[in-house]
Write a protein that binds this ligand. Structure first.
Ligand code: HEM
Length: 125
């Protein structure tokens, strides 16, 4: 980095954008590779069978972010229950009540509006 760019660079300058994720289907094991621990890789999460590229939300989902525990995971149950205990990061929707299903629907609308849906979460593999 040159003298002038060093001199004028804002101390809180954002890091370079993350690469865009490949549009394809992902297994849960593959999804886990995109949890933000490698800054050169996209940041992904899944909700109700769909995979989203949440790279533009790295302040939320990247390392040190308030929702870093979402990255690379199936967030279905956690979002439905608006809670982030470890065991809630599963696609298991068993026993969710109507309020929780409605909440999940609201989150999906938010993610559809804000992030790129890039593929399906494969149930095996
Ligand atoms: C004290 C508790 C909480 C506070 C104060 C809080 C606050 C916020 C705020 C202010 C935003 C909007 C940020 C923005 O758009 O700039 C946000 C977004 C969000 N929150 Fe929370 N939150 C809390 C708890 C939770 C919990 C328990 C969950 C777990 C499901 C959650 C999941 C999310 C998600 C998924 C977003 C959307 C981020 C995005 O746009 O990608 N929050 N929260």
């Amino acid at each position: 980095m040159g003298f002038f760019s060093r001199l004028f660079r804002r101390k809180d300058a954002p890091p370079p954008p993350l690469p865009e994720a490949e549009a394809r289907d992902y297994t849960l094991a593959e999804l886990a590779q995109y949890d933000g621990s490698d800054p050169r890789k996209p940041l992904l999460l899944a909700i109700r069978g769909e995979v989203y590229d949440v790279g533009r939300g790295r302040d939320f989902y990247g390392p040190g972010g308030p929702y870093a525990m979402f990255a690379g995971k199936d967030c279905t149950r956690a979002l439905a229950k608006v809670a982030f205990e470890r065991e809630l990061f599963t696609g298991d929707m068993e026993g969710l009540d109507q309020d929780e299903l409605d909440k999940l629907e609201e989150w999906i609308e938010i993610f559809e509006g804000k992030y790129r849906r890039i593929g399906r979460l494969l149930s095996r593999g």
